[in-house]
Design a protein around this ligand. Structure first.
Ligand SMILES: C[S@@+](CC[C@H](N)C(=O)[O-])C[C@H]1O[C@@H](n2cnc3c(N)ncnc32)[C@H](O)[C@@H]1O
Length: 296
């Protein structure tokens, strides 16, 4: 029997639609379908028990699209050829939370330990692999600019995310002053300006912004490039993935690291229990050894 014909069985409570009518509750079969779909397409691990969360997050998309049920909404996502509905679905199911200088220990380690020994003749290549609205790659650019007396012409930062919405915001390179509250003070005066920014906002200065290139990329699909990086930031995205997906991803990232390159993951994303070829350096930092194998 097709999933849609099964006897309705609520998986979650009703979500109110704006006109006051109730949206029929997310059915158990629909939740299962979303779970499978999100797993296959994005590697998302939506465990049982998350039914209320999923229904609450998708209710907005259902209302905005004027669908009468989750069923109608799901059908439209699966038949949409533009990819926009898929992007909206992942936006609804994940969070884009980020900030400048998030997890300061990483930036201290980058600036204090790695950068003083890093000035590759071919240029420094860094990848921010789930960059959200850009605070992470621009924080990396500011760290390098600070360490290199602003000589960033040899710096190339690739910043990727699955969501085109956050990438558009990142490309605008415009942020509220309050979002820079945790950043080192010299960054604000040296690397941001009011020129060209709306009232109350600051814009990343053009030479710093020019070091960062944004691209849409789904981390659970094969990587569309063979380039290697000296440092990869892949932070606060693996928490959404199950262990096999995390393992596949860390292996792929390891292949994209230069020998002795470093991988930074979120501090809440231990790689314990994940089989990978990298060497632990310090909390949430791993290194590819010279040969790419552990312990060599
Ligand atoms: C919580 S934010 C982390 C941002 C930044 N790395 C940080 O630590 O502040 C997670 C980001 O991962 C992105 N994301 C989720 N699943 C993804 C996937 N399969 N491929 C690429 N990006 C994904 C989301 O769009 C979101 O912008």
């Amino acid at each position: 029997m097709p999933l849609r014909d099964r006897v309705p069985e609520p998986a979650a409570r009703c979500a109110a639609v704006p006109n006051g009518a109730d949206l029929p509750p997310l059915r158990a079969a629909e939740f299962e379908e979303i779970r499978t779909f999100a797993k296959q397409r994005f590697g998302l691990d939506l465990r049982h028990g998350k039914e209320d969360l999923v229904s609450a997050r998708l209710a907005r998309a259902v209302r905005q699209g004027r669908f009468r049920s989750y069923r109608e909404y799901l059908d439209s996502v699966q038949t949409d050829k533009s990819g926009d509905a898929l992007t909206a679905l992942i936006n609804a199911l994940t969070t884009n939370h980020t900030s400048f200088y998030r997890e300061p220990l990483h930036f201290e380690f980058l600036a204090g330990t790695l950068l003083p020994h890093m000035r590759p003749a071919s240029g420094l290549r860094i990848w921010s692999a789930a960059c959200s609205t850009g605070e992470e790659p621009y924080s990396i650019a500011c760290s390098v600019a600070q360490a290199w007396n602003r000589q960033v012409s040899g710096l190339r930062i690739l910043a990727t995310d699955i969501s085109t919405r956050v990438l558009d915001a990142a490309r605008a390179a415009t942020y509220s002053k309050s979002s820079l509250a945790a950043a080192p003070l010299p960054w604000v005066s040296n690397f941001f300006s009011r020129a060209g920014a709306p009232e109350g906002m600051l814009r990343v200065q053009p030479d710093i912004a020019a070091a960062v290139r944004f691209q849409r990329l789904n981390l659970v699909e094969p990587l569309p490039f063979t380039e290697r990086f000296h440092v990869i930031f892949c932070r606060n995205v693996m928490i959404y993935f199950d262990k096999p997906t995390q393992e596949m991803l860390v292996r792929r990232l390891a292949e994209r690291l230069e020998p002795e390159g470093h991988l930074f993951v979120g501090h809440s994303e231990s790689l314990a229990g994940v089989n990978h070829p990298l060497t632990y350096v310090r909390p949430a930092v791993y290194r590819r050894d010279r040969t790419g194998r552990k312990g060599t």
